[in-house]
Design a binder for this molecule. Structure first.
Ligand code: GFB
Length: 316
């Protein structure tokens, strides 16, 4: 397949370069020949429209990855709805509008698998977007992400911009947040397992352990994002998954095995499960010739190693 928009030699802005996905994108782009641009949070607040316009006007990126977002696991989503909806709406609206106004040639917006309905047929296809009610624990974030998708599509339709929106499955890897108030399940269970090894206590798992998730290693995700930035240019959203789901109870066992934890687990069934199952239908990306490289156990090993060596984000 031809590369329609090669990044080599282009100025590419990774908005959100300190997040887990942004860090992986910067790592991946180092091998692409692109000139990578980043803006520190202290210098640029993405929620301020005029500042975003000034930054783009001054730095003239050819392409923008919107990896910037307020993100978190089921608890953070459920307990901080205003931040999850307002900050994300502001960030994506500012970036997409400014990019269109200032002549950015290509833009990629990252959605999330929680944009699909709570009881979506599985695996979830792109056309299932907006076909049913959302999972209540993360509907604020999901509504913001759906708005971001629609923004990218609207600017393509009305102004002919080559803006695309993709839907990655649940991601994990080095650079993740291991703060239990914010984190997703993989870093949370890694932290709990590592701490239980020294304290001798049990590992507490929220919910029943029966929900299933499809986990993609973040460096594979970054590879897919670059692949699609260079090759995809359609209005339709596109799923990025790896094809296999695992239950939370099995995930805990696999983390325990890789980390060398022989103690027990306790399920806190008064905590929410969230969506019963999330698996993306990934045939369109597969047909383009992309596939992931990192088996779950290898990715977990790298993520445990990152936790042990302090390569993580602990701030809120
Ligand atoms: O990773 P997680 O927070 O994301 O939770 P979601 C996945 C499952 O793991 C849920 C369970 O069933 C949780 O109840 N779980 C068990 C835990 N123990 C823990 C724990 O200690 N911490 C966490 N965080 N979960 C988020 C959405 O949903 O996924 C976001 O809220 C976003 O909007 C993101 O879409 C990818 O897959 O449930």
């Amino acid at each position: 397949m031809t590369v329609a928009f090669p990044l080599s030699g282009r100025r590419v802005w990774v908005a959100g370069h300190r997040g887990m996905v942004g860090q992986a994108l910067v790592r991946r782009l180092k091998t692409s020949g692109a000139e990578v641009l980043t803006a520190d949070r202290a210098m640029l607040d993405l929620r301020r429209q005029a500042d975003v316009e000034d930054w783009i006007a001054g730095n003239k990126p050819d392409a923008v990855f919107i990896a910037a977002a307020v993100v978190g696991g089921i608890l953070a989503n459920d307990s901080r709805p205003a931040e999850f909806i307002y900050d994300n709406l502001a960030i994506e609206a500012n970036l997409i509008h400014a990019a269109a106004k200032l002549g950015v040639s290509k833009l990629m917006f990252l959605g999330s698998s929680c944009v699909y309905p709570k009881l979506c047929p599985q695996p979830m296809k792109e056309e299932h977007l907006l076909t049913g009610p959302l999972e209540p624990t993360n509907e604020w974030y999901a509504v913001a992400k759906i708005a971001g998708i629609k923004l990218a599509q609207a600017y393509r339709r009305q102004h002919g911009k080559d803006f695309i929106a993709v839907i990655p499955t649940n991601l994990y890897g080095p650079g993740d947040t291991f703060d239990l108030a914010v984190s997703h399940v993989v870093p949370a269970l890694i932290r709990k397992v590592e701490e239980a090894k020294t304290s001798g206590g049990q590992v507490e798992i929220w919910g029943t352990g029966s929900p299933k998730r499809e986990f993609l290693y973040v460096d594979d995700a970054a590879d897919a994002l670059v692949f699609l930035m260079e090759r995809y240019g359609e209005e339709r959203i596109l799923n990025i998954g790896q094809g296999e789901e695992v239950s939370i109870a099995d995930l805990a066992k696999r983390i325990a095995a890789v980390a060398g934890y022989a103690g027990g687990f306790r399920f806190l069934t008064d905590r929410p499960d969230g969506m019963p199952l999330k698996r993306l239908e990934g045939s369109r990306l597969a047909a383009m010739g992309w596939k992931p490289k990192t088996p779950l156990d290898d990715g977990l090993r790298n993520t445990i190693e990152a936790f042990r060596s302090g390569h993580r984000r602990d701030e809120h």
